[in-house]
Design a protein around this ligand. Structure first.
Ligand code: KIV
Ligand code: ZN
Length: 511
């Protein structure tokens, strides 16, 4: 059996149906271009008949994204299929995806149709769609709550009518893995002409089983998986592309399957989508969450420092992330603490280290995460001197909707004080430019993230930045109730890390 798994991305169709995730045509296009970079086999660009905007977004993607199959959704009726065919006209590799519900509950209450009429309409839809394109996918909606014998009959007939891909949707996320696996086997073995079409699955996540069900289907012979970036989609969403792809990659020994995904593009794609639709990614989300490669407990940090694979089953760079992160907090031990101090270029005697560690634990009890900034202060206190090169003394921002944002920054640099002003595209940009003028260090801002650490109007905001300076990257974090101040602190923190490592070897982010 062919062991290539085709990845069908429906972020722009089912994903966009997530409440609050609608995108403009330009935004959809930007995501489609990135999905092509990621290497998905098919992009479902939208549901053209549903609105003029859906139609034009599909058409633009079809015209300009040339290296992947572009799919458009249509109910099994002529007006939908006409709209899909028209939107797909410019596509290099078009596919029409028709569907009709096959479960008793959908047929009775939603469609108000008898099963034989559903079968006839499905066949008509596929036959009609094949007049426009050589690839037609058919989905019996709510398949997992359908009568198996009816489903088998329906699938056989639509394959005879020309369907080239049969997609089995678990529309309401009702299936559980062993049952879903048996269902897929029953379809594979029961549909006499199943070998004439590619078998696909489309699993929703209402019980958190979307990925597990999809992977079980792979074991039972499904060769296309429908999924979305970050798992967005109707209600609780669809199976997450990044989880499926990395499960197949990391557990190649078990699945023996491959995809065409460039896994190094996973993180980029996830961030792009999250920024465009303004859906934050949960910190603990597999693969793409902030904590996915972060280690806090002392035992884990110790293990990681001795041998990365003790606590990591994949490397962050495999998914396009820059580094693993040792988080210093109340669960951290002396080992991780000591390692971070030496990465920061701070050398302490054993007695000083003990003293600093006690102070660190005291602080960790009060704070969720102890940043490098805090370690610099702690070790400065222990040593009775200042260890940070730059200290933010003062900043002032002039901003508004009619004035050019201007920042004035005063930094204490060892014993000297320097002040500079700069304008920018926005207040944060102005701050960073003013700091650059003071320090005269050539920096490139690679990442800028804001996170509300505490809820409410007086929320404490945490800003993290990643700067590239010469050939290394430096992470900086700062927190304050004022986001602009947190931004300035994060930037200064990254520069302090650079100054410390200027004299000591090693990249500060990497383990
Ligand atoms: O969940 C579902 O059933 C769908 C179909 C249109 C494939 O999204
Ligand atoms: Zn769906």
């Amino acid at each position: 059996m062919n062991n290539r798994i085709y990845i069908f991305d429906t972020t722009l169709r089912d994903g966009e149906q997530s409440p609050g995730a609608s995108m403009t045509t330009e935004q959809k296009f930007e995501i489609a271009v990135q999905l092509e970079q990621l290497g998905v086999d098919a992009i479902e660009a939208g549901f053209p008949v549903s609105s003029p905007h859906q139609f034009s977004a599909c058409k633009k993607i079809a015209a300009e994204v040339r290296n992947t199959t572009i799919t458009a959704l249509a109910r099994s009726v002529e007006p939908d299929i006409n709209a899909a065919a028209e939107a797909l006209k410019p596509a290099a590799h078009p596919r029409i995806h028709t569907f009709i519900a096959s479960s008793p509950i959908h047929m009775e209450y939603k469609l108000k149709m008898k099963s034989d009429d559903v079968l006839e309409q499905a066949v008509k839809g596929v036959t009609y769609a094949r007049k426009f394109v050589p690839e037609v996918e058919f989905s019996p909606e709510d398949a997992t709550r359908s009568d198996l014998a009816f489903l088998i009959r329906l699938i056989e007939k639509v394959i005879d009518a020309g369907a080239t891909i049969i997609n089995i949707p678990d529309t309401v996320g009702y299936a559980v893995p062993d049952e879903f696996g048996a269902f897929i086997t029953a379809i594979r073995e029961g549909v006499p002409n199943m070998d004439k079409a590619l078998l696909s699955v489309h699993c929703h996540n209402d019980l958190g089983l979307g990925v597990a069900n999809s992977l079980t289907a792979v074991r039972r012979g499904a060769r296309q998986i429908e999924c979305t970036i970050n798992g967005i989609g109707e209600r609780a969403g669809n199976a997450a592309l990044e989880e499926i792809v990395m499960a197949l990659e990391v557990r190649k020994d078990s699945f023996g399957c491959t995809t065409a995904i460039n896994t190094k593009q996973i993180y980029n794609t996830s961030r792009l989508l999250s920024n465009i639709i303004a859906f934050p990614i949960a910190r603990n989300k597999p693969i793409v969450g902030d904590n996915a490669f972060a280690h806090e407990s002392g035992i884990h940090q110790d293990g990681m420092l001795k041998h990365r694979e003790t606590y990591e089953i994949m490397r962050p760079d495999q998914v396009g992330r820059e580094f693993s992160h040792i988080v210093l907090g109340r669960h951290s031990g002396m080992h991780g603490f000591q390692k971070r101090l030496s990465e920061l270029g701070i050398r302490l005697t054993d007695a000083e280290k003990k003293n600093a560690f006690d102070r660190f634990l005291e602080l960790a009890d009060r704070k969720k995460e102890v940043f490098d900034e805090d370690l610099l202060v702690i070790s400065g206190e222990v040593l009775g001197r200042q260890t940070a090169t730059y200290n933010l003394e003062y900043f002032n921002i002039l901003s508004g909707n009619v004035s050019v944002p201007t920042a004035t920054i005063r930094l204490k640099i060892n014993d000297e004080t320097r002040e500079e002003a700069a304008t920018g595209d926005g207040p944060v940009d102005a701050i960073f430019r003013a700091i650059d003028r003071v320090t005269e260090i050539p920096t490139t801002l690679l990442e800028y993230n804001v996170l509300a650490v505490t809820p409410g109007k007086q929320a404490l905001g945490e800003v993290s930045v990643i700067l590239r300076i010469h050939d290394a990257t430096y992470l900086g974090k700062g927190s304050s109730t004022d986001i602009l101040e947190a931004s300035a602190r994060a930037y200064v923190n990254a520069l302090n890390r650079y100054k410390l490592t200027e004299t000591s070897a090693g990249c500060p982010e990497s383990l």
